[in-house]
Design a protein around this ligand. Structure first.
Ligand code: TMO
Length: 317
């Protein structure tokens, strides 16, 4: 009995190899059936892109699993193999954790998206048009306009509404201190990304000044959002990197990361992942399907995959 079962398995494996002979006659190794583990974080494009890439892997015959993960700790999880990939490694926020994990061994750089990034404090452009802080987007304008940006919980100071503290820790409070703005401005942390979008909507409705953390690519690219121009970023300028903290965020890259075994265990999926590259407009669209059109993340990804087959199908071949 045992022998005949083995024979059947062997016959299936041969059939599998034959079907994997490509048009050029090159035999390809089959991907493992073990699931590709994709992390889910707490901003829209990342979640939609998780399901976009997961959908692509499934189309290739792979198994996929999604896990909620902290966006800083995930690089250690990739390093030790609990998570397979990270598909949105934003330079400003995650560059350090990514390279720290890489230096320990176990994380590889799986390429860079065509989109460039900025993660920075800014204002809706109508705040500038209304002249609520004359001199913006130059940061030095902040020395004289805080009175237009107070909130009930800000002790008479202007308020910066930061993203969740899990993204950058004390980066923004340290920056206010370093730039000599801490006596006029204070940082409050949003509970989640949705609180930032709610604040943008209510400030507009009330015609009140607001400074919020935001990023590009994002759905707000289409709405008119202006990032504040701080002194330029350079390697090591942040307090947490031993610098004086008097710098803004880098005009940065958006990378992909993977566990070092991924190319061996899933060569076809890894090859497709390494080719995957999204533009500013494409990532903005992924976010807009959720934050503007109010679609569910999975439905947004299904729509995105259906509308963009010409882009991603070739990566799987
Ligand atoms: C990591 N993020 C895009 C929210 O700045």
């Amino acid at each position: 009995m045992k022998r005949s079962k083995n024979k059947t398995v062997r016959a299936m494996m041969v059939a599998g190899c034959v079907s994997l002979l490509s048009a050029t006659g090159v035999a390809k190794a089959a991907d493992s059936t073990s699931p590709i583990v994709i992390p889910i974080h707490n901003w829209s494009s990342q979640i939609v892109m998780a399901y976009v890439l997961g959908g692509m892997f499934e189309k290739m015959g792979n198994n996929v699993e999604y896990v909620p993960a902290d966006s800083q700790a995930v690089y250690e999880s990739i390093r030790n193999g609990d998570v397979t990939i990270s598909h949105e490694v934003w330079q400003s926020t995650f560059g350090k954790s990514f390279y720290n994990a890489m230096a320990k061994g176990g994380v590889i750089d799986a390429g860079t998206h065509s989109a460039t990034t900025l993660e920075e404090m800014g204002v809706p452009t109508w705040v500038i048009e209304k002249d609520l802080c004359p001199g913006l987007p130059n940061w030095e304008a902040l020395k004289d306009c805080h009175a237009n940006f107070t909130t009930p919980d800000s002790d008479g100071k202007g308020r910066w509404l930061e993203g969740p503290q899990s993204w950058h820790g004390d980066l923004m409070p340290e920056r206010l201190e370093a730039l000599g703005l801490a006596d006029k401005w204070t940082v409050k942390f949003a509970g989640g990304a949705d609180a930032l979008w709610t604040e943008l909507a209510s400030a507009k409705k009330e015609g009140r000044g607001t400074v919020v953390f935001n990023w590009t690519p994002n759905f707000t690219d289409a709405d008119g959002f202006t990032f504040i121009e701080f002194p330029p970023y350079y390697e090591g300028c942040r307090k947490s990197d031993g610098g004086d903290g008097k710098c803004g965020s880098p005009k940065g890259w958006l990378k992909k990361a993977a566990n070092y075994k991924f190319p061996k265990t899933h060569p076809a999926a890894y090859t497709a992942f390494s080719k995957a590259s999204f533009s500013t407009q494409q990532i903005g669209q992924m976010a807009a399907l959720v934050d503007t059109d109010k679609m569910d993340h999975k439905d947004a990804a299904a729509k995105w995959l259906a509308d963009n087959e010409d882009l991603w199908m070739p990566w799987t071949k």
